[in-house]
Write a protein that binds this ligand. Sequence first.
Ligand code: NAG
Ligand code: NAG
Ligand code: NAG
Ligand code: NAG
Ligand code: NAG
Length: 588
Amino acid sequence: MASSGASANLWVLLGLGIAGVLLAARRLRRPARPDHGAFIARLELLPPPQPPPPQAPHPLTGLCFAIADALHVSGYITSFGSLEWAKTHDADAQTSPVVSTLVDGGAICVGKTVIDEMAYSIHGENKHFDTPTNPAAPDRVPGGCSSGSAVAVAGGMVDFALGIDSIGGVRIPGAYCGVLAFRPSHAVVSSTGVIPVAPSLDTIGWFARDPSVLRRVGHLLLRLPYADIRPPRHFYVADDCFELSKIPARRLTQVVTKSVEKLFGRQVSRVNLDKYLASKIPSLRNYSNGHANGDSKSPSLLALCNAMRLLHKCEFKDQHMEWINSAKPAVDTRIVNNLSEDGDSDLDVCQVARNETRLALGALLKDDGILVIPTALGCPPKLNAKELSSESYNSQTLCLSSLASMSGCCQVSIPLGTHDKCPISVSFIARHGGDRFLLDTIRTMYATIQEQVEILAKSNVSSKQAMNEEAAEAAKEKGNAAFKEKQWQKAVNIYTEAIKLNGKIATYYSNRAAAFLELTNYRQAEADCTSAIELDPKSVKAYLRRGTAREMMGYYKEAVEDFNHALVLEPMNKTAGVAINRLKKLFQ
Ligand SMILES: *[C@@H]1O[C@H](CO)[C@@H](O)[C@H](O)[C@H]1NC(C)=O
Ligand SMILES: *[C@@H]1O[C@H](CO)[C@@H](O)[C@H](O)[C@H]1NC(C)=O
Ligand SMILES: *[C@@H]1O[C@H](CO)[C@@H](O)[C@H](O)[C@H]1NC(C)=O
Ligand SMILES: *[C@@H]1O[C@H](CO)[C@@H](O)[C@H](O)[C@H]1NC(C)=O
Ligand SMILES: CC(=O)N[C@H]1CO[C@H](CO)[C@@H](O)[C@@H]1O
C-alpha cells in the first residue's frame, strides 16, 4: 500500500509538471479570445413563430447569423468600427431592412461584428476593437473591412454573416479566411439602414461555409422567385489577372478547368482581360499614366483601380468629412492623410468608366458566362506586416477587386484549400443582375471544385516525389562520373545528395560504398552495403563490397559469408570465387 501511495504522489507531481509546461506554453501564445474577437456586441433577434401547416416553414429556419457593425439594429449604437463614432452617435431607432428580412425569414441574429475603422480599409486591422483572429491563419490579417463577419463564419460561430463591400470588403476577408463570400450586383440589395461608405460602390454581401446557405440567403435578400437552374455555357479564365497572383496560376485555374470539364463537358476559354478592357473603356485610356505604377503590365486594370479609388475617396469624403473634422484626433491618421491627397478633377471620367465597364463585362459574359479571376494576390499578409501599407500590395489587390466594384457585377469568392498553409481562393464574376445564376452555379459546382482541390493536392505530392526521384537519378550519374575520374570524396558527396532525394535505391548506397572503399573508410562502406542489401537482397555488388570491407577490417569469417552469398546469387562470379580461395588460404 505504501508503494502505491508513493506512486500516486509521483503521478500528482508528474501531472503538476505537465500542467506547468502547458501553462508556460500557453502564456507564450496570444491569449485566447472568446470567439476569435469577431464580435463587438452579442444580441438576439428571434424570428416570428412558424406559420401553421400546411404553409411551409420559414426558409432560413435553423440558421444563425451575425452582421457587420455598419448595419443598424434598433436600440443599439452602431460603432462603424470606431469608438469615437460610437461615442458621438445615438442608438438607432430602426433595424436595417436586410436584417429584418433575414430574421423574418427564420434566421436568428446573434451579434454585431468588428469592421475596419469607418469601413475604410481592406486589411481587417482595428485598433479600437482589436483585430479579429483569422481562424485559418492566426498569424495573418483576416482582411477587411468586414473582418469580424468573415472570422465568425470561418470559426464556425454562425452559419452566415453580412458584410459591406465597396472596394472588396466582403470578397477579400472571405478569401483570407477561407470561406465563401458573395458580393451582389450593385443596388439589388437594399442598403437602407446601413452607414454609407461610397454609395456608387457600396453593396451588402454575405459569407457562408456552405454553398446552399449562401444561395438560400441570396434567394431571400434578392427576392428571387424559384425557377429552373440555367447551366453556365462559357467560362472565361482571365490569364493576365492570374499573372498578378503570387500563387502559381495552375494551382488556381486547374481546379476550375477540370471541374468545368467534368460537370459540363466543356473547355474554358482564355482571355486577356486587360487587352479586352483597353478597347472597351476608352474613357480610361490615359488614366493609368501620371499615377503610381504607370508602367504597369496591366494599364487598363490599373486605370480601373485608380478610378475606383478616386470614387471611393471622394464619395467617402462627401459622407463623412464633416464628422472626421470634428473628431480628427480620434480618427486613424492614415485615413485622414489619404483623404487629404490629390484633387477630385477626374470624377466625371470615373463615372463614365463605371458605365463602360458594366457594358464591357455585360457584352463579354451575356446571360450565361462566368469570368474567372483570383480574388486576392495570394496569402494574406502577416499581422502588422509592412506589405500592408505598400502601394504595390494595395493597388494590385484593388485592381482585382475593381472589376466588380466598378462594373457593379456580382462576384463570389470560392475557397480552394491551402497553399503554404494559408487559404487561397478564386472568384467567379457574372454580369450585373446575374446574381441568381451565379449562386446557382456555385451550388452546382462547389462539391466538384472541392473534389478537384483534393485531387490536385494529392497529385502535387506525387509529382513532387517524381521530381525528387528524377533529381536523385541525375545525381547518381554525376556521382558515377566523379568516381570514374577517381574523385572519391566528390563521388561520396554526390551519392549522399542522391540518397537524400530518394533513400529507397540500393544502388546509391552500394555506389557510395565503392567510393568509401577507395577512401579506405571501411566502416562506412560496410554500413552502406548493409543498407543496400536491406533494400535489395539480390545485390551481388553490395555483398562483394561488404566482403571486401570486412576482409580489410579483419572480419574474415563474415567476409567469407558475404562472398559465399555473392556466389549463391551469381555462381559463375570469379571475383567472389577468387576472394573465397584467398581467404581460405589465410585460414590454413
Ligand atoms: C490620350 O492621350 C492622347 C495623347 O497623349 C490624346 O491624343 C487622347 O485624346 C487621350 N485620350 C483621352 C480619352 O483622353
Ligand atoms: C450611366 O448609365 C446610366 C444608366 O445606364 C445613366 O443614367 C447615367 O447617366 C450614365 N452615367 C454616365 C456618367 O454616363
Ligand atoms: C505543385 O503545384 C503547383 C501549382 O500547380 C506547381 O507550380 C508546383 O510546381 C507543383 N509542385 C511540384 C513539386 O510538382
Ligand atoms: C561479379 O559480380 C559483379 C556484380 O554483379 C560484377 O560487377 C563483376 O563483373 C562480376 N565479376 C566477374 C569476374 O564476373
Ligand atoms: C487605402 C489607401 O488608399 N491607402 C493609401 C493611403 O496612402 C498611402 C500613401 O499614399 C498609400 O500607400 C496607401 O495605399
